[in-house]
Ligand binder design. Structure first.
Ligand code: HEC
Length: 506
């Protein structure tokens, strides 16, 4: 390459980087970064402006800065436990005792775990599902502290590939139920425990597979009316915007729910069902269809039946389902919490419950709901792993609009240091990005934008240890993670086009 071109490129890169830095340091030049990047934090103004609940309810920001908030459980004292798989920890958020609508304070309850996701409390035990194990630890409800040491009761669960999260809950029958997603989009699993629901005794004994053909049943709960077990399930990808549906299944012992041979109501899968032999055709015919369809790619995660007598009559015994939102779809869809209502004939009707996580144009994302928990007083808590937030929805409509008068300005961002990109690492990162075909998902479906607003080089490197499903965990080494982080951040800093021209620094 000739020198003139080389220096021209470096010049433009420097100008771009300088501009970037200047804009960030200049509060007067108010660029709504959140709007551009779909920021991963939120605040009361955004919640008041964006989020909507049905009449008779109000929604508030109960806690923010809860990085990677996933599963929830309420203690007997009314405190909230939240799992944060990316941080390897479970935190305790103190119940709102002073009435300001926010958690009073918070602390890490237990850390050093391997991607803890599901959790529940039973008697004086806290059960936690790590990506490869289930453990339990004595828990003191009165002061919200651990009262003994954590011991694993189930080990050796597979957590490779796409859907590594594990969810657990105690059934009304005293068994502990556990779901594990598939390792892939669509394939024949080698490990019989993938894409299933399992169960075992509270001490880990009598482990057995309970139901199969569940691609990724992240949430499940029992109807308080009749004890029936319902589980959400995420349909497969890459069959277009509107097929297959995501599912709600009524799960029965020994039931087979179709995956990977069939989607929706026994529609043979184009890859593994169509043209398959008679044994597979029989399996498809015998598979149990969903009792309710969610639109394709909506990604239903947590489902929780409302049990508190404090709920308005029409919501008592309804179930809330968190639709995490689509990634494999040309126009975003989902991104809300819906309520499911059973009529006398047993038909299920779906209504919006908490919406507004998607902007008007369906591009801007303000949050992605994951799990739902109800406390004894009827407060409904909803976690959001995108904005790192917990919302509280309660009936009674007074407080919600109080702070609604916003001036439409983006929150002021703290100035950030310019990124110290190592061009040698960035180049190796670019090669990894090509070699692993990251563009398959990230070229159009999920553009990787605004990362520098939400990650440091270190936290971006760490991201690859606990990627958001269905992004696979590639098991990258420390050097590889660092290389990818430097590469992706270099795109942000506007120097990607000239990365080849920068001097290598090792
Ligand atoms: C099968 C599709 C798929 C592949 C392949 C894939 N990803 Fe992802 N990736 C995802 C999904 C889905 C998310 C989560 C998006 C969200 O939370 O909105 C994600 C998130 C990310 C994020 C975090 C984005 C953010 O805004 O917080 C990074 C960084 C990332 N991927 C990098 C990579 C890299 C590097 C590769 C290749 C080594 C890769 N991905 C391969 C699907 C994929």
């Amino acid at each position: 390459m000739n020198h003139l071109l080389k220096y021209t490129l470096i010049f433009f890169a420097a100008v771009a980087a300088a501009l970037f830095a200047v804009i960030q340091f200049f509060p007067g030049v108010s660029i709504p970064w959140q709007q551009l990047t779909g920021g991963a934090s939120t605040d009361t103004e955004t919640v008041d402006r964006q989020l909507q609940v049905p009449e008779g309810f109000r929604v508030e920001l109960f806690a923010d800065d809860v990085d990677n908030a996933r599963w929830l459980a309420v203690t007997r004292r009314g405190d909230l436990l939240v799992s944060q798989p990316r941080r390897g920890q479970v935190s305790l958020l103190r119940a709102d005792g002073n009435g300001d609508g926010r958690a009073d304070h918070r602390r890490v309850l237990i850390d050093g775990l391997s991607r803890p996701h599901g959790l529940f409390l039973h008697e004086d035990w806290l059960y936690i599902a790590e990506s490869n194990a289930v453990g339990r630890v004595p828990f003191d409800h009165s002061d919200g502290r651990l009262a003994g040491s954590y011991r694993k009761i189930v080990t050796g669960l597979a957590d490779s590939g796409n859907h590594w999260t594990k969810t657990i809950a105690m059934g009304p029958d005293g068994w502990v139920y556990l779901t594990s997603g598939s390792s892939c989009n669509v394939c024949i699993e080698e490990d019989p425990r993938r894409a299933t629901m399992m169960r075992f005794r509270p001490d880990g004994s009598d482990f057995e597979i309970f139901a199969t053909g569940l691609r990724n049943a992240v949430g499940f709960d029992w109807s308080p009316k009749n004890g029936a077990l319902y589980a959400t399930d995420n349909g497969r990808d890459w069959l277009g915007d509107d097929f297959p549906p995501c599912e709600l299944n009524r799960v029965k012992e020994g039931g087979f729910y179709g995956w990977p041979y069939a989607n929706g109501d026994r529609v043979p899968d184009p890859d593994l069902g169509v043209g398959a032999g008679p044994a597979v055709q029989q399996k498809i015919a015998d598979s149990i269809p969903p009792v309710h369809d969610f639109p394709a790619h909506n990604a239903p995660l947590g489902i929780t039946f409302l049990r508190s007598p404090a709920q308005p009559a029409r919501y008592r015994d309804a179930a809330l389902v968190a639709l995490h939102g689509s990634w494999n779809r040309s126009v975003k869809d989902g991104y809300k919490v819906v309520s499911l209502h059973w009529d006398k004939q047993g038909n299920i009707h779906q209504r919006d419950f908490l919406r507004g996580f998607l902007g008007e144009n369906r591009e801007q994302v303000y949050g992605r709901p994951v799990a739902i928990a109800e406390d004894a007083g009827g407060n409904i808590f909803i976690s959001d792993d995108y904005a790192g937030a917990i919302y509280r929805v309660a009936s009674g409509g007074d407080r919600q609009r109080a702070a609604a008068a916003t001036n439409g300005q983006a929150p002021v961002q703290a100035p950030r240091k310019p990124l110290a990109i190592d061009s040698g690492a960035a180049r190796r990162g670019e090669e990894l990005y090509r070699r692993y075909g990251c563009a398959k998902c990230h070229a159009e479906q999920i553009p990787l934008r605004g990362l520098s607003k939400r990650y440091s080089l270190q936290t971006l490197a760490d991201y690859f240890d606990t990627p958001t499903p269905p992004m696979p965990n590639y098991g990258f080494s420390g050097t590889e993670k660092r290389a990818l982080a430097h590469y992706l951040m270099s795109l942000e800093a506007g120097i990607s086009s000239s990365i080849d021209q920068l001097p290598a620094s090792g």
